[in-house]
Design a protein around this ligand. Structure first.
Ligand SMILES: [Zn+2]
Length: 675
């Protein structure tokens, strides 16, 4: 599946023999927690040849891609476990919504309505009808912008994407960010690439547009499908490639309403802002030139095409939440053809996820009570502290830094807020009405509620208690404008983290994830923000130049990797790759400081080796080729095999642990080092 650059030729080098005076006693059997680690490995592959295969080959052999998934990883197994726990909670609430408080009733009614497939099939597009009626009245770009904003409020992104974040230059105040949007396929490249596969996919997409336009009441679906595809293709052409949006210095353009109107007088932002925000706001436009081109595209389009495009955007935003024929058509295009997923997930999984999306801090409250042991929080906090200390301890060894910049890096680190497990204060859903038996209406209501909640933050100081993921999410994040890291309860579990695990496993698994998020504060984007979350130059110019050189080394490394026919995009993935490299190195230092040099305990692996095996096993996964294509074209993360092998082939600590020598594939000649 992966065409790695590494030639798989050299034999692995065994660990250094231990010189003992006496004959060593027979090794004890591995502890229970170690068995899954050993089972996931494939020791027939050399650790110095292809470490990902060595650490994950056993797991990959035992885990064919499930038919209802486009990607399957150790993250996915945890997600499915979390979902099972959620199912138990939701089924109880659905069976007895009166058996708890008002929030309990909300999740019960929401889940029950979602599970009532016959009622959903009967209602067809009824929940969208008011919006579709409103589209019928659109005569020009003025009406177009108003309805575009209404569609954005239910989860679509016609023409532009918009979100709320702290002002990069004044993070105490939240402002509105407007960027490129308007296309439904995963990336502009899907519209522009000329290979046969891409052309065939676009032909399928055009048919799908016609089907969906038919559902949305379009009179000439086939003709209009071609027109909508042409409209989106123009948007794709006018959009910048993703990698060019990564530099916050280049994408920060702050203007007010008058400035936005002056930039693109042909787009009625008054109508758009009135629906979206309803008050005067400060705005940053990511790519002013793209917006001007979008203005030209809208101006040129016939009113009938504008209406068809809006019908498509409206029904696409809700496609997974309407009756069976619409869901099936959507699944066939976007899951089967675009992502390579063979079958839909069973209904309860979709409904549990949907309830989670709509009411995630209610489901989270119940999930945490059942699944998150209190002592996990203390253990995680200790580990974060170790990782942060290790980051600071590593700074004097970085020859490219100077003392003033080192001191400011420590200052930024000291100001990081760490969020562990779940919010101190759960979100208030009392203003959101949920109607028993009306799933699609509930989805519309929940999305509007969330949209309004975010838009109300404009002009307000950043809410530092807000979580951007629910407690049961198997993921983590760093947020530069608040300078915070968050590790939801959902990820603080086996196989990444468990109180029974050896220190090497916990630090290689969860510690590396913590190191990854911490390094985001100092990757090529994060480094531009200071400890208060303000975008400002806190680096000496010479140090900044040397940093850029080191970042370029990582960019060049990943530019060389190929997966199938596609090249990894070293620019798009740069921040994540710097975070992976810094993360695993910092976590290794943290683990050594906590644990010292311990003797081998598991099978033939030393504890240092165990650390690196645990790190690589974070990334054990299988995926469809379509998923990999989507990932490479549109996602800032590198493919999983490279998230293991890429960073480790730069690390002298890894080479020492496994006795890898120069010339072997896991020892890069031009090693990159950033943090
Ligand atoms: Zn990341």
């Amino acid at each position: 599946m992966f065409t790695l650059l590494f030639a798989l030729s050299c034999a692995p080098k065994p660990p250094e023999p231990v010189t003992a005076i006496d004959a060593p006693p027979a090794p004890p059997p591995p502890p229970a927690w170690a068995q899954p680690v050993l089972d996931a490995m494939d020791t027939s592959v050399g650790a110095c040849d292809d470490f990902y295969q060595y650490a994950c080959g056993g797991w990959i052999a035992k885990n064919p891609l499930p038919p209802d998934k486009a990607v399957w990883s150790r993250f996915s197994t945890m997600r499915d476990n979390n979902l099972e726990a959620l199912k138990t909670i939701l089924e109880k609430a659905a069976a007895n919504p009166a058996g708890g408080d008002a929030e309990w009733a909300k999740i019960g009614h929401y889940y029950a309505a979602c599970m009532d497939q016959p009622a959903l099939d009967q209602s067809g597009v009824a929940a969208l009808q008011p919006l579709l009626d409103s589209i019928n009245t659109v005569k020009d770009q003025r009406g177009f912008m108003r309805v575009a904003a209404e569609i954005a409020a239910i989860g679509g992104d016609p023409l532009v994407s918009a979100w709320i974040d702290g002002d990069y230059k004044n993070p105490d105040e939240s402002i509105l960010y407007i960027s490129q949007g308007g296309i439904a396929l995963p990336d502009r490249d899907y519209y522009l690439q000329g290979d046969d596969d891409s052309k065939a996919l676009r032909a399928d997409y055009e048919k799908h547009l016609a089907t969906m336009l038919g559902f949305a009441g379009e009179k000439e679906p086939v003709t209009m499908a071609a027109a909508v595809l042409a409209f989106e293709t123009q948007i794709a052409e006018a959009s910048l490639p993703r990698a060019e949006l990564r530099d916050p210095d280049k994408t920060y353009h702050k203007i007010d309403r008058a400035g936005l109107l002056k930039l693109t007088p042909g787009l009625d932002w008054n109508a758009w802002l009135e629906v979206s925000v309803g008050k005067s706001v400060d705005i940053s436009v990511e790519v002013p030139e793209s917006l001007q081109k979008f203005e030209g595209i809208v101006k040129k389009a016939r009113p009938g095409v504008l209406r068809a495009y809006l019908r498509w955007q409206a029904i696409h935003a809700m496609a997974t939440q309407l009756g069976t024929p619409i869901y099936d058509a959507h699944f066939d295009m976007f899951n089967r053809k675009v992502l390579g997923q063979k079958e839909p997930e069973v209904r309860w999984k979709r409904c549990a996820k949907e309830t989670d999306t709509a009411l995630g801090e209610i489901t989270g409250r119940y999930w945490v009570a059942e699944k998150f042991p209190g002592e996990s929080k203390d253990k995680a906090l200790t580990m974060i502290k170790d990782v942060e200390d290790a980051f600071v301890a590593g700074l004097p060894g970085l020859s490219w830094m100077d003392d003033p910049t080192r001191a400011r890096a420590v200052e930024k680190k000291d100001k990081i807020t760490n969020k562990i497990g779940y919010p101190d204060k759960w979100r208030d859903y009392s203003a959101l009405g949920i109607t028993p038996g009306a799933h699609a209406q509930n989805v519309v209501a929940a999305r509007r509620f969330e949209h309004r909640r975010k838009m109300n933050q404009v002009g307000q100081p950043a809410d530092k208690t807000e979580w951007y993921m629910t407690a049961q999410t198997v993921n983590a994040y760093y947020n530069a404008t608040v300078n915070e890291m968050a590790f939801p309860a959902g990820i603080l579990q086996a196989p990444f983290f468990d109180k029974a695990f050896a220190t090497a496993i916990n630090y290689g698994g969860m510690g590396s994830i913590m190191g990854h998020e911490l390094s985001h504060g100092f990757d090529d984007q994060g480094r531009k923000f200071d400890g208060t979350g303000k975008m400002t130059e806190w680096w000496s110019p010479e140090v900044a130049t040397r940093y850029e050189e080191r970042a370029t080394c990582v960019k060049n490394q990943f530019d060389q990797y190929q997966v199938g026919e596609l090249n990894v995009n070293g620019s798009l993935t740069l921040g994540e790759n710097i975070a992976d490299l810094g993360g695993v190195r910092t976590a290794f230092r943290a683990y050594k400081a906590r644990h010292g040099n311990d003797p081998a305990t598991v099978s033939s692996l030393t504890e240092d080796q165990l650390f690196f095996v645990a790190y690589a096993q974070n990334w054990c996964s299988v995926a469809s080729t379509q998923w990999e294509k989507m990932l490479i074209l549109s996602n800032p993360h590198s493919p999983n095999a490279l998230r293991a092998n890429g960073p480790l082939s730069n690390l002298p600590e890894f080479a020492t642990a496994f006795g890898c020598t120069e010339g072997q594939p896991m020892v890069r000649k031009d090693r990159c080092e950033v943090w």
